[in-house]
Design a protein around this ligand. Structure first.
Ligand code: SF4
Length: 262
């Protein structure tokens, strides 16, 4: 379970150079990553303890098709216990594999605000924060300061109505919670966020209503599906779809053994 294709609709692959985390806010209560580590203890021998996996750093270089890659679906890339040098290494790999788009999502806005100015934000890095209820909208202020090509919000699991300042935000993802202890989502909350995205020309992606399992409630909102992506994704595909990745990699730092073994 080190990395894989994924069922998450707004991405293509997950890449987990770290796994494990600890809970910071109500959105973490039924953490999917924690549940997965408990379900597959052989794959996660350290359990949900924060663990670095340097052996996975070369994975994206081996994936030749331009993809959207969700970084750390099983952790939080801005966790305080991740050494800064390791974080820099991850950012260097993202920079050196420019045919992919990397989607990073954090709940640790303070650490993001502290470290972002010291990192190199390549064009293919998208940055997001989770906002599950009104109490955590302040995370957006930290995000707004990050010089990422795309800044996005994940409002999942959505736990309250939200009044958002979407200045400088390119994309909002909304979803209800899944699982037997899922907390209910109200249609009015979703409609309210949709309306705010229409007023600010922000892309809107409604993932699911949630329920006992992720597909239980479907994803129709007033008879419509909403799967908008930031225009940066289409632009990225146009730029990379006809390029020979292998030729590019010859001049990249990660060329060497990684590509020869494909
Ligand atoms: S921050 Fe994310 S990975 Fe960490 S405990 Fe919360 S939901 Fe789970």
């Amino acid at each position: 379970m080190s990395s894989s294709n994924t069922g998450i609709e707004w991405t293509d692959k997950t890449w987990n150079p770290t796994t494990g985390c600890n809970k910071v806010s109500p959105g973490c209560l039924h953490c999917y990553a924690e549940a997965l580590t408990e379900r597959f203890p052989k794959s996660f021998q350290e359990g949900f303890k924060l663990t670095l996996h340097p052996d996975r750093l070369d994975q994206p270089g081996k994936w030749r098709t331009p993809s959207r890659i969700f970084v750390n679906s099983m952790s939080d890339l801005f966790h305080e216990d991740i050494p800064f040098e390791y974080l820099q290494e991850i950012f260097a790999i993202m920079r050196d594999t420019p045919w992919h788009v990397y989607q990073i999502l954090t709940k640790r806005d303070k650490n993001l605000a502290k470290l972002a100015p010291q990192l190199e934000w390549a064009k293919n890095i998208w940055m997001g924060v989770s906002v599950e209820n009104q109490r955590y909208v302040h995370r957006i202020d930290a995000l707004r300061q990050v010089p990422a090509t795309v800044r996005f919000l994940s409002c999942e699991p959505l736990l309250s109505e939200l009044s958002l300042d979407l200045t400088g935000i390119h994309w909002v993802i909304v979803g209800g919670e899944s699982g037997y202890q899922h907390r209910p989502i109200e249609p009015e909350w979703v409609r309210g966020i949709l309306q705010q995205t229409r007023e600010s020309e922000t892309a809107f992606f409604f993932k699911q209503w949630g329920g006992h399992h992720s597909k239980a409630g479907g994803k129709l909102l007033d008879e419509c599906t909403w799967s908008e992506m930031p225009s940066a994704w289409d632009e990225h595909l146009i730029e990379w779809q006809n390029q020979k990745i292998s030729r590019h990699q010859k001049s990249s730092k990660i060329q060497s053994k990684d590509l020869i073994t494909i």
